[in-house]
Design a protein around this ligand. Structure first.
Ligand code: COA
Length: 252
């Protein structure tokens, strides 16, 4: 990506950064956190800056961002600094511990044989990856992902996803009906990724103003111990046995 493109992207994401900063400031103050700790815990900036999952390892570069952020006087200045830091930061690449097939990826199974799957916006054609004309393409990617899981992970028993996306039919229709129907509110939701924050973005990375405004209106009733409940679309957990997936995609 050229530096002009990166600058345009930083500016485009400004509203998204600002929304996350407002949330982190609000919830952090309620929970007695410093601003930099709140921003680490309640925004996905560490990952957006290409620094990886902060729960696995805190990148040294984060310190430079956090230190200056804490010294700034107001939200406007913090938003501008976040855009500036993002502009100079490395590209946000896919996590090395995940295996991707188009928009879908997975991790190795956990001790119970559960494989976590993930979604990312891999298309660069200006059309939403969830557009109905792309259902066949997305299901073909999922079929490849499931075949990979069967071949690579002998201990895999079931597939699990956690995302706001399970609220919308455009996403659920890509999966076996049993899996979509299993979706229920996640008990605890980490807010330093995209499983809740992704709902505020269009596929072109512009903010969705109506959802943002609903979210801001919820700030007055945020539960500090469960701040994820303030998001308009809750992150849902879906899970089904691996055999449900192999049967479904074999028939496609
Ligand atoms: C997922 C994403 C690409 C959707 O982009 P988008 O611009 O909303 O897509 P569109 O508006 O073209 O909508 C595509 C479909 O989803 C539906 N949809 C999107 N947002 C919706 C919402 N909030 N409620 C109901 N339906 C919705 C649309 O109705 C449409 O369905 P249709 O084809 O049946 O009409 C976008 O939100 C994104 O890139 N998010 C960040 C990535 C992310 O969230 N990843 C999840 C990681 S866990």
């Amino acid at each position: 990506m050229s530096s002009a493109e990166r600058a345009a992207r930083a500016a485009r994401l400004g509203d998204y950064f600002e929304l996350q900063l407002r949330f982190a400031e609000h919830v952090g103050a309620r929970n007695g956190l410093t601003l930099s700790d709140a921003v680490l815990r309640y925004t996905n900036f560490h990952r957006r800056f290409g620094l990886g999952d902060p729960d696995r390892a805190l990148a040294p570069a984060w310190g430079g961002y956090a230190e200056r952020l804490s010294a700034l006087p107001d939200l406007l200045a913090r938003r501008a600094w976040t855009e500036e830091f993002f502009f100079a930061a490395p590209e946000d690449t896919l996590p090395p511990e995940q295996y991707f097939f188009g928009c879908f990826g997975c991790e190795a199974p956990d001790a119970r044989g559960i494989v976590r799957i993930h979604f990312t916006r891999a298309d660069r054609d200006g059309l939403s990856p969830l557009h109905r004309s792309k259902i066949g393409r997305r299901q073909a990617e999922l079929a490849r992902l499931v075949a990979f899981i069967v071949e690579r992970f002998a201990g895999a028993q079931s597939i699990r996803g956690i995302s706001w996306l399970y609220n919308i039919d455009a996403y659920r229709r890509l999966f076996p009906p049993l899996y979509g129907a299993s979706a229920q509110p996640a008990e605890r939701v980490r807010l330093n990724g995209t499983s809740s924050w992704g709902q505020f973005l269009h596929h072109d990375e512009a903010i969705k103003p109506e959802l943002r405004d609903r979210f801001l209106a919820n700030f007055s009733v945020i539960e500090p111990a469960a701040p994820w409940r303030a998001f308009p679309l809750p992150a849902l957990t879906a899970q089904a046995p691996l055999a449900v997936f192999t049967d479904f995609y074999r028939a496609r």
